[in-house]
Design a binder for this molecule. Structure first.
Ligand SMILES: [Zn+2]
Length: 217
């Protein structure tokens, strides 16, 4: 049975137009002056502040990861619907609506997203591309290595960067693969597509998001 609780999310229902947020506003005030307190309600609030919700286009294409509060506003305003509830199974109650706490939501109307051919090279996206595996030994990677070292003119680009374990990175230092007799397990490529835009921003995707992120997450 899913738990049914009221979660104090400041402003969650503010733009619903029906004014049901009085009770929540008052709830928000409680503990307002207890700066840095570690009461259960304050810890709970911090937890929900960090929680992200995956936003899908009407076509189920992933768009971005939203703060929970913004996702709830979209649900209450009727701009989106819940695709996957939060694993906690919690439900939000306001005077006029009952909304399951979401983990994945979908826009009711399709939005056209400007196509960005280049995916930004971030640590999160690079680790996803290489599956957290070292490009040289296949071990668990925790660093980024420039195949042609920067000190020798190598660029910070998708084609010149690979995930690497600390040991290989250290052993390779500022040498070229030809000087070491090393080879790459996989030839690096620049990723393309909407999933990557999202993965460049999110280091850890919730398990229930994977369905919508393709095989890369
Ligand atoms: Zn390695």
């Amino acid at each position: 049975m899913p738990k049914s609780e009221t979660i104090p999310i400041p402003g969650a229902t503010r733009s619903s137009g029906g004014g049901p947020s009085r009770r929540q506003a008052r709830r928000h005030k409680e503990g307002h002056h207890t700066n840095g307190d570690a009461s259960p309600s304050s810890r709970l609030r911090q937890h929900w502040t960090r929680t992200r919700v995956l936003l899908l286009n009407a076509t189920f294409e992933p768009l971005t990861a939203l703060p929970l509060r913004r996702a709830i506003v979209m649900l209450v305003c009727g701009k989106a619907e819940v695709v996957h509830g939060h694993p906690s199974g919690m439900v939000l109650h306001s005077a006029s609506a009952t909304v399951p706490l979401p983990s994945v939501i979908r826009l009711n109307n399709y939005v056209r997203v400007p196509y960005r051919a280049k995916v930004p090279l971030t640590r999160a996206a690079l680790m996803h591309r290489d599956g957290y595996r070292c490009a040289y030994c296949g071990g668990r990677a925790e660093t980024i290595d420039h195949i042609v070292p920067k000190s020798r003119g190598g660029k910070h680009s998708w084609l010149n960067c690979v995930a690497s374990c600390a040991r290989c990175n250290h052993r390779k230092a500022d040498r070229l693969l030809s000087e070491l007799g090393w080879s790459l397990r996989v030839e690096p490529v620049a990723p393309r597509g909407p999933h990557w835009r999202l993965l460049a921003e999110v280091e850890h995707a919730a398990p229930e998001w994977r369905l919508y992120l393709g095989s890369v997450a």
